[in-house]
Design a protein around this ligand. Structure first.
Ligand SMILES: Nc1ncnc2c1ncn2[C@@H]1O[C@H](COP(=O)(O)OP(=O)(O)O)[C@@H](O)[C@H]1O
Ligand SMILES: [Mg+2]
Length: 437
């Protein structure tokens, strides 16, 4: 408080809801910053009263990590933003600036803010659910080590973002980060991209060319979609992991390189091993440190915080005033099954921000399939194995819908077009353990 007074802002404080309301009656305020634990009653009460007064006031909530659910409730009640304790003063300042922006009040843009936006962009991993929170803790622990890391998960869950976070939170952060998509190039090209070649190694090699390994010297090489690697390249990578040396194509001696490897894949490497497309020794070598990012539908607590985060990002990008979400819209977003994961959510929010000119995001702004909740069951062509017994497909469909409809048998039976007793029979037949879903 003293800090803001020092900056010349008009600031008053109170420890109770009643005290705050008295202050609000006496003077005109633009912004209310409140904890959720107050004397007598909760901060949520205060938010509701302030919002119902129709005054042009924005509310920022500061709260402890343990009360994230309540923080989200606060945003639903009309709070503008929440901030987790402990926070830095600059973070609060940034939110205050954003609140001013929303109020349409001019406030000079400080260079501090520019700096923060950058900082925010890189530490910008939203991790509210307990699984993501623990992944986040793991990232913090493994980033500063030089261990190679395998990141697994469906497309769009945030694998690349996490790979970047690992690099930028490591001691190599000032070194280069070299991403390479292993599925984008035919095998021979990929090999020369990775390891480089010597002049004369083949007809077109008119000069030496450095590979990504060398270019990533002192930094990190991010190998994406490694499920597509040829067995031969896997051997070469395995050799590098053992020796820290590479041999350029057409070279006569090995080169030592100081590069950290981060791998990612959305394919199931275990199955690839069974199909002899992936080497078991390579797999066991790289899976020592494995971060598995679950699909968004298995961590629904992240949906709203992510949506809110993207809303802010795009409003800033497109120069729009910040918007809030209606509680129905939040519910629809939370219930959708997001086969495209965070990427799909992000694209949808971008679209809404571009086309929406009102201050709230409501159900009417959502795409039809999200609005109707008619999410396709979690079986798509890409996840469905090619040769599989019909009863296996039936079992998968039942499991997918039990998850989708939160084990509501009546609904699942209806969606699958069978009677409820038939559904129950099949659950038993296929030995589906609903408690595990
Ligand atoms: N937890 C998260 N917090 C913020 N943004 C995220 C998060 N997870 C994913 N994203 C964003 O979603 C998009 C897709 O993520 P990406 O890392 O490309 O996924 P993947 O590599 O798994 O396909 C990116 O724009 C990324 O920044
Ligand atoms: Mg990716």
């Amino acid at each position: 408080m003293d800090y803001f007074k020092m900056k010349g802002d008009f600031v008053k404080g109170s420890t109770s809801v009643k005290g705050a309301l008295d202050l609000l009656k006496k003077d005109r305020f633009d912004i209310v910053i409140t904890d959720l634990k107050l004397e007598e009653s909760s901060g949520i009460e205060l938010i509701k009263i302030v919002k119902s007064s129709k005054k042009n006031i924005e509310i920022i909530v500061v709260t402890g990590m343990s009360s994230i659910d309540i923080a989200i409730e606060a945003v639903r009640a009309g709070a503008f933003q929440y901030l987790m304790k402990p926070f830095k003063l600059e973070e609060l300042e940034l939110f205050i600036e954003k609140a001013y922006e929303k109020l349409g009040l001019e406030k000079e843009v400080s260079s501090l803010r520019e700096k923060l936006i950058d900082k925010y962009n890189f530490n910008n991993i939203i991790a509210v659910s307990s699984v993501m929170e623990s992944i986040f803790q793991k990232i913090k622990q493994i980033a500063p080590t030089d261990a190679s890391v395998l990141i697994t998960g469906e497309s769009g869950v945030g694998k690349e973002l996490i790979a970047r976070a690992i690099h930028y939170n490591s001691l190599r952060r000032d070194g280069p980060l070299m991403p390479i998509n292993c599925s984008a190039l035919p095998d021979t090209l990929l090999e020369s991209e990775l390891f480089g070649f010597k002049k004369g190694a083949f007809t077109d090699a008119s000069a030496d060319k450095k590979g990504k390994f060398e270019m990533a010297e002192g930094g990190t090489l991010f190998l994406d979609e490694i499920g597509e690697l040829s067995l031969f390249t896997q051997v070469k990578l395995l050799r590098f992991l053992e020796t820290k040396e590479i041999m350029p194509i057409g070279g006569t001696h090995v080169i030592k390189v100081d590069t950290r490897l981060v791998f990612a894949t959305n394919t199931d490497l275990k199955t690839a091993i069974e199909q002899k497309k992936f080497r078991e020794d390579f797999y066991y070598r790289i899976k020592v440190v494995n971060l598995h990012i679950p699909p968004l539908r298995e961590r629904r607590e992240d949906i709203f915080p992510l949506a809110n985060h993207f809303m802010i990002e795009y409003c800033r990008k497109y120069g729009k005033a910040l918007m809030n979400f209606s509680s129905e819209a939040i519910e629809k977003l939370e219930n959708y099954n997001w086969l495209g994961n965070v990427r799909e959510l992000k694209n949808i929010i971008e679209n809404i921000v571009i086309f929406n000119s009102s201050e709230s995001i409501t159900c009417s702004h959502l795409p039809e399939n999200i609005k109707t909740g008619n999410a396709a069951p979690d079986i798509t062509r890409s996840t469905l194995p090619h040769s599989v017994e019909l009863k296996e497909i039936e079992k998968m469909a039942i499991i997918a819908n039990l998850i989708e409809y939160k084990k509501n048998h009546t609904k699942v039976a209806k969606v699958l077009g069978i009677s409820r007793p038939t559904l129950l029979k099949k659950i038993k037949l296929y030995e589906i353990n609903e408690e595990e879903l």
